[in-house]
Design a protein around this ligand. Structure first.
Ligand code: SAH
Ligand code: SF4
Ligand code: F3S
Length: 482
């Protein structure tokens, strides 16, 4: 779900960092008349990227169109992340760049959105003089009036966290889109209290969006040519929505089934699953629908029960192992990925080795791996000492990255010789003669193009070769223009 890592330059990079700081461009924007232009950069998790599309929609209504050219913008926005110190430092650096633009073009407005805005609130305006508006994740509807105020020279802050806001009625402007895959936010906030995590403070209480509006958005995307949606939330398995008219409750397994019914050619993915909440019903819904992808992001964080307890993850090593076994029992071909933190407070070498052995046991297809970064105000910061030296945290991180890279390579090598159904997403990174797409298990496949194909088509690919990150192969059979 997250991709700003690893935070150390000399480590092998297993995570796609390309999207961090991605700028949305006008070429994808809907044809809305606008008199002014905004520029937006997004950092952090998919929720933030998805929120930027809501922001674009709200600003569109207020007469602002997107531009990729920061110098041409009347309004520069940065949608920020607070998850680790490094994420916040990146944003501060970007503000220095925006400052230069503002000096060259006085009158340019600068807005800080997202989790860092929520964490620092009005303090941002004191610390960063160039900033005109500070807007938290639940206050984006207020953007037009805050921007109007800023145009009059009035700095504005709205960091109100809501118990209801889901932006359900706002149709996101698909700015960063490849036209094939899209995110749908199904819930906001988080009610878990993992002791290391800042999200409950920056995103507020958990609330679920209307199931009907989610299915309607998926249907609309399918009608527009999209062939894959990812249902997004910090903890999708605790999705629950009560129909205000009938009182009928919908849980995540039911939502999956409802979304899967939109069309057999619409793939459904979801992220993130908290191990404590993923139920057998969810696993059965996955198994029973071909178009629900056989891939679960199931962050373990640590393989040691004592550390898991300090992290307040509410499961033990044994419990997590049973969950993994259950997943493979119900869906032997399912891929599981993870998030791992090294060097959490009091972590010993023996604890760390249990994390390594967990990675070996679970056979993760990939992991997002981080060293612990203390966040102000979290339970861990208040009650525990950040006592593992940085050097040790980084060495442990290197060890888990090396282990995970080896396992990813082994698992991918095991796919050579098999045939997979792949959804074409676009040109491969290296060559416009090749397509890239994914298997249901979320493995990237690269293969030569054939005439008459386009992104959004399904093909079968016979895998010939592999690395730790990619499978390569050749198409077999005909292309399905779904
Ligand atoms: N809701 C998701 C996680 C969102 S944050 C979940 O519960 O799985 C994404 C990942 O960032 C987390 O899974 C965790 O591995 C990492 N993370 C969160 N806080 C962190 C911190 N203080 N230091 C290092 N990594 C952290
Ligand atoms: Fe953070 Fe835990 Fe909530 Fe994930 S489940 S967002 S790690 S508090
Ligand atoms: Fe996401 Fe970062 Fe906020 S991970 S929820 S943008 S703190």
């Amino acid at each position: 779900m997250y991709n700003d890592n690893p935070t150390i330059s000399d480590l092998p990079k297993v995570v796609d960092e390309n999207k961090q700081g991605e700028v949305f461009g006008a070429e994808f924007a809907q044809n809305q008349p606008h008199t002014k232009q905004f520029y937006i950069e997004s950092y952090g998790c998919q929720m933030n990227f998805s929120d930027s599309e809501i922001v674009a929609s709200i600003l569109g209504e207020a007469g602002y169109g997107p531009t990729r050219d920061m110098e041409a913008a009347d309004l520069i926005l940065v949608n920020t992340c607070s998850i680790r110190e490094k994420a916040e430092e990146t944003v501060r650096k970007r503000l220095r760049v925006f400052d230069k633009v503002k000096q060259r073009k006085p009158g340019t407005m600068i807005g800080v959105l997202g989790c860092m805005a929520e964490r620092l609130k009005a303090k941002f305006l004191e610390e960063e003089k160039l900033v005109d508006i500070v807007v938290g994740p639940d206050a984006y509807r207020d953007l037009p009036s805050l921007v109007a105020g800023a145009e009059e020279g009035e700095k504005g802050v709205n960091v109100f966290l809501s118990r209801e806001e889901t932006y359900a009625d706002i149709s996101p402007v698909r700015l960063q889109s490849n036209g094939v895959t899209a995110f749908i936010s199904i819930m906001r906030g988080c009610d878990n209290m993992c002791s290391f995590c800042v999200v409950p403070y920056t995103r507020g209480r958990e609330r679920s969006r209307s199931a009907f509006s989610i299915v309607a958005e998926a249907t609309d995307l399918f009608d527009k040519g999209f062939r894959e949606v990812t249902l997004l939330g910090q903890n999708v398995d605790s999705y629950k929505w009560e129909n205000p008219e009938t009182g009928r409750k919908t849980n995540f397994a039911e939502l999956l089934t409802m979304t899967a019914a939109v069309d057999p050619n619409l793939r459904i993915r979801f992220s993130t699953s908290h191990p404590k909440d993923i139920t057998d019903d969810v696993l059965y819904a996955m198994r029973d629908h071909d178009n629900v992808c056989k891939y679960i992001h199931l962050p373990v964080q640590s393989g040691n029960s004592r550390i898991l307890d300090l992290m307040n993850r509410t499961y033990t090593r044994e419990w997590y192992i049973d969950k993994v076994k259950r997943i493979y029992e119900i869906m032997p071909d399912c891929a599981i990925s993870s998030d791992v933190i090294t060097g959490f407070c009091t972590e010993t070498e023996a604890d760390h080795r249990e994390t390594l052995s967990m990675i070996e046991f679970a056979r993760y297809s990939m992991s997002y791996m981080f060293f612990y970064s203390e966040r102000p105000g979290t339970p861990a910061a208040r009650k525990l000492e950040d006592d593992v030296p940085l050097k040790v945290k980084k060495r442990r991180l290197t060890e888990i990255i090396e282990l995970q890279t080896g396992i990813s390579a082994e698992l991918n090598a095991g796919e050579v010789g098999k045939v997979f159904r792949v959804l074409i997403e676009g040109d491969s990174k290296r060559s416009d003669q090749d397509w890239k797409g994914r298997t249901t298990q979320n493995r990237m496949v690269v293969f030569p193009k054939q005439a008459g194909q386009k992104p959004g088509d399904y093909v079968h690919v016979h895998i010939k070769d592999s690395s730790s990150a990619t499978l390569t192969g050749l198409q077999v059979g005909t292309t399905v223009h779904a």
